[in-house]
Design a binder for this molecule. Structure first.
Ligand code: AMP
Ligand code: MG
Length: 368
């Protein structure tokens, strides 16, 4: 059970993306259903967690790399669920989550990117934006909080901003959770029906819902105008929460695999430090440590090879459906993945699908 087509190929937005032509209830590329998705996600979660630890370790050692996941979508689209279920699979220490609501009085006194810049992930982190600077061309546009001449300039400004952010070592993954109006209606009603979900309901959600079409137009412009090579948008069908989470997991794993992460080399000598440490130990503790050594070494070797297998599985899963979708990058020997060569991004078009269908077939099961 894997994707029949790489999710980054299926969902990558471009200047010609038409939202109304994308079915929010479809589960393209995944025919195995909800339960299989759960299982698969747990496996990938283990890999995500391992790669995140490497990213974090690199950050501690002075590496500049980070990842920024930008999550946008209408109310109830599942933004919070992505944070809980996808990022919940990795060490919270390595994740920096930021939610952007109505700007505070202080934020209002600054340029709209001011609060965004301050929230960018530090090296080694996976940053997550639950809403983002895109609100400044979404709610701000729909509610006419600034005149069109002002918001109209922002698309290009955002592109330039994101290019700079990328140049500094941050891989940006932008996800628009694409929800149907019907499904949103049902989810909002459930919040009203369940007293334990009332805290999630905001009467403003209904106001926004009444402006559904205007929001779709604003989202359409966002994905058409700001899906760049350095920071592409992925429009992810979100009526099935499990599907959206699965896709986002794959997008994140890919972003990390493409970094070719290895463990940083220490700035000190293991042998020198071992000797220094031994000098501080009582003889019987030193003897015990010497006995433990081989077990620790063997455990590391086993673990390293398990991770290498996971990376290889990931790369192979997509090589089967697309000859050059991901590369393990340099340092692949540490992770045990093959794959060097090809560009990390979507620049290489698949040559053949090796018998796999690249259909955007709708999964008829509504198992959400
Ligand atoms: P929630 O994410 O449901 O907690 O809601 C946050 C609210 O803040 C949403 O209604 C957003 O539209 C609103 N919001 C976020 N950013 C901005 C912004 N730059 N200007 C105005 N409203 C915003
Ligand atoms: Mg809300």
């Amino acid at each position: 059970m894997t994707f029949t087509t790489a999710p980054w190929e299926l969902h990558r937005a471009s200047a010609t993306t038409v939202l109304s032509q994308i079915d929010p209830s479809a589960t393209p590329g995944w025919d195995a259903g909800k339960n299989a998705a759960r299982e698969f996600m747990a496996e990938r979660g283990a890999l995500l967690s391992e790669l995140q630890e490497r990213l974090y370790a690199q950050g501690r050692a002075g590496g500049q790399d980070s990842v920024l996941l930008v999550v946008q979508g209408m109310d109830t689209a599942g933004k919070g669920g992505i944070c809980r279920h996808v990022l919940g699979m990795v060490d919270p220490q390595g994740v920096a989550l930021r939610s952007f609501g109505v700007p505070t009085p202080e934020e209002k006194r600054h340029h709209y990117l001011w609060r965004i810049r301050k929230a960018l992930p530090e090296p080694g982190r996976i940053g997550v934006f639950d809403r983002s600077h895109y609100e400044d061309v979404l709610v701000v546009r729909v509610d006419e909080l600034v005149p069109p001449t002002v918001w109209d300039k922002r698309y290009e400004e955002i592109n330039r901003f994101e290019e700079k952010v990328t140049e500094s070592g941050t891989t940006i993954v932008k996800v628009m959770l694409h929800l149907s109006k019907q499904e949103q209606g049902l989810r909002l009603m459930e919040r009203l029906d369940r007293s334990d979900k009332h805290w999630k309901f905001n009467p403003n959600d209904v106001d926004s819902r009444q402006k559904w079409e205007a929001y779709q137009e604003a989202y359409q412009d966002v994905v058409q105008l700001t899906s760049t090579d350095v920071a592409p948008w992925y429009v992810v069908p979100a009526d099935h929460k499990w599907y959206a989470r699965l896709v986002v997991t794959e997008l994140l794993v890919r972003a990390l695999v493409n970094k070719g992460l290895t463990w940083p080399t220490p700035q000190w000598h293991v042998d020198v430090q071992r000797r220094r440490l031994l000098e501080t130990m009582a003889p019987d503790t030193a003897g015990q440590a010497a006995e433990n050594g081989p077990t620790a070494v063997a455990k590391t070797a086993r673990h390293t090879s398990e991770v290498a297998d996971m990376v290889r599985d990931f790369v192979n899963d997509y090589e089967r459906v697309n000859p050059a979708p991901v590369t393990a990058g340099q340092g692949s020997e540490t992770l045990g993945a093959k794959g060097e060569g090809g560009p990390p991004e979507d620049t290489k078009k698949s040559k053949k699908k090796k018998g796999k269908k690249k259909d955007k077939k709708k999964n008829k099961k509504k198992s959400e």
